[in-house]
Design a protein around this ligand. Sequence first.
Ligand code: ADP
Ligand code: ZN
Length: 751
Amino acid sequence: MMERMDLRPSFPSTLYVEVAVPLPIDHPFTYRVPPGMEERAKVGVRVLVPFGPRKVTGLIVARVDGSSLSGREAKPVLAFLDDEPYVTPRHLTFLSAAAGECLAPLGEMLRAALPRGLPRKDAPPAPRTETVFGPAEGGDDGPATPKQRQVLAAVREAGEISAMDLSLRVPGGADAARRLASKGRLVAMLREKPAVFSAERLPDMSGEITPTSHQEAALAKIGVALASGKFAAFVLHGITGSGKTEVYLRAVEQVRQTGRQAVYLVPEIALTPQLLGRVASRFGGEVAVLHSGLSPAERTAQWRKVRAGEVFLCVGARSAVFSPFPAPGLFIVDEEHDAAYKQGEGIRYQARDLAVLRGKMENAVVLLGSATPSAESVRMTRTGEATLLSLPERIGGRELPGISVVDLSGRSSLRGADRYFSPELESAIEETLARGEKVMLFLNRRGYAPAITCLDCGQTVHCRNCRVSLTFHQQQDILLCHYCDSRTKPPERCAACGGHKLAQVGIGTERLLAWAAKRWKEARVARLDSDVSRRRGAYGEILSRMHSGEVDILVGTQMIAKGHDFPEVTLVGVLLADLSLSFPDFRSSERTFQILTQVAGRAGRGDRPGKVIVQTFSPEHVCIRAASRHDFAGFMEEELAGRKALGYPPFGRMLLLRLWGPKADRALQAAQEVAEALAEPVAAMGIRLLGPAPSPIPFVKRKHHFQILLKMPERFPVGDFFPPLLRPLRDLVRKHGVRMEADVDPYHMMV
Ligand code: ADP
Ligand code: ZN
């Protein structure tokens, strides 16, 4: 009798993998691993997979056996792009959790978190050599432009300096040096590039610094937490100049002793040249710095060094929270209150919150530092989630400047400059200049005038693509939309009535500069805002002019408020404190308090006392009164009480669903259907649903915007509850030709 044959194949059942693709799709896709390739199908490896008619790069996020698959055969993986995981499984776990918190598809989170998204090919290796300049015999003789003279001096002083360092010191310095070298007035050499990091090193004073008793106390607590190897969060509250950075650097030293790594987040890396100098002098080359000036190849190279643990510190802006260190033990978030930590488009993650999340997952210490801690962080210190550390005094005991508030409301009938230069501010500027000291004038609006209005019919010139008025930028002679960036020539006549009397209404930094230059003809004036700094090297150029005392009046936006230390500035004028107050956003009061405190901190940093004048139409507003008294505690008590009464963060969570599309009726219908679908399930959880309603700016970039706001109790598990609800809704809105974006705990409520 014949034996019955087993016809099933003898090899184990087919292996499948779940692959995340960098597209706005909520779930991973299942692919079949070709026989014999099982070994290569590791979690975290990049793969090439068929996707509709295309091939895309994806990342393996899980291995699965086929038993759970429905009958349909999965497509095969076409190629495995890595031998070893491109993203370690441990890091992938964090990125998945982060995606969940942000209600974002994992694939999109990968695109945001990895150096160049999920590239199919690796970037070419970063160049290994760099140009170095040295002095040449007789090079200083002969004619030279001012820039060339600066370059010659810098090279002479340094002895030898790389092109990159030279450009940091003298804007455009590398190009000037190349020209000088071609004339034989400098020597140019090619040399091997140093491993990672080179910044102008400041002399390392750490050996001479004895921590103050407050710093000592803070470091002791941080040290105990680091040694325990468990999660702990600290809020380091200290006014500017109280020694916070010194605490951060020593904490980094502490974590280094434990063999783990540190991530150091700053709001904007370009605005921190002094910090980079301090880091370089203390830690030398074993540091990665992620900044926007890196080429893709350099970025990838940095990322690999971080992943391999070849460096122990990574400094960067918000995306550095994704640094793939093997064992991060410390996350520092400097100026943790800064709105720059919230990503403003795409995946709207909040890097500070992700640092806390990752700290918990990694059993790491999280250190949130600020002169004006956010309501969220203060709340954490009250609930016991974080420990408060205080540095209540300035190093060297310098006093905070006196702040006086000037009521502008009596001046609204005045025209032109008189409206914005109160007699108090005017005489303070005069006195300051007469003493040979410097002035900073702060106005949080760039351009010349925020509106162009017809004096005959009252019409304001609007953007074609957005329902907002256009800002006049005099230097470029254009009308610019601050929402879609479209630019048009200023019209000769009113489009509505044909009238010729078009008035520039209101004030921006350009106009403020023009008025200041006209009033104080002898004074040397300069402006610093994002229009100026966009020009390559302009930012560094103005800072170095400020440092060498060549600017008497510096006009600017928030950019002048951040971090700088100009000892000769003894007067800071805030032209219109109300600008940040008028946003339809529950954080506007807090933000105004923070800005005023930060700007005020620029005055009187040298040996002479500083003075601040705050002009406002709302002198009685709590944030202005409190800021003028340096009363953080008083402000925060009122702020927290107000938020609690309304259930706003940190006493509740919010989810803003934004929907937009080219047709208003379809966008509204999609929004209504989403709201209807959500109504019952969210009501059952005690969640309030508001809307749909048109967004505060309902028409942007030719799209109609609507929003739905959901208000949840504190600690509501947003990442668990919403994804299954939202998944079918994404398909629903897509059928209407509408896009939908989820913004958890939103900051930018405008669009
Ligand atoms: P913050 O970050 O709070 O603005 P920093 O850490 O930058 O403060 O300190 C301000 C200045 O005081 C820096 O120049 C720093 O080197 C110096 N400094 C910090 N701590 C001490 C200390 N314990 N003794 C002397 N100087 C200090
Ligand atoms: Zn526009």
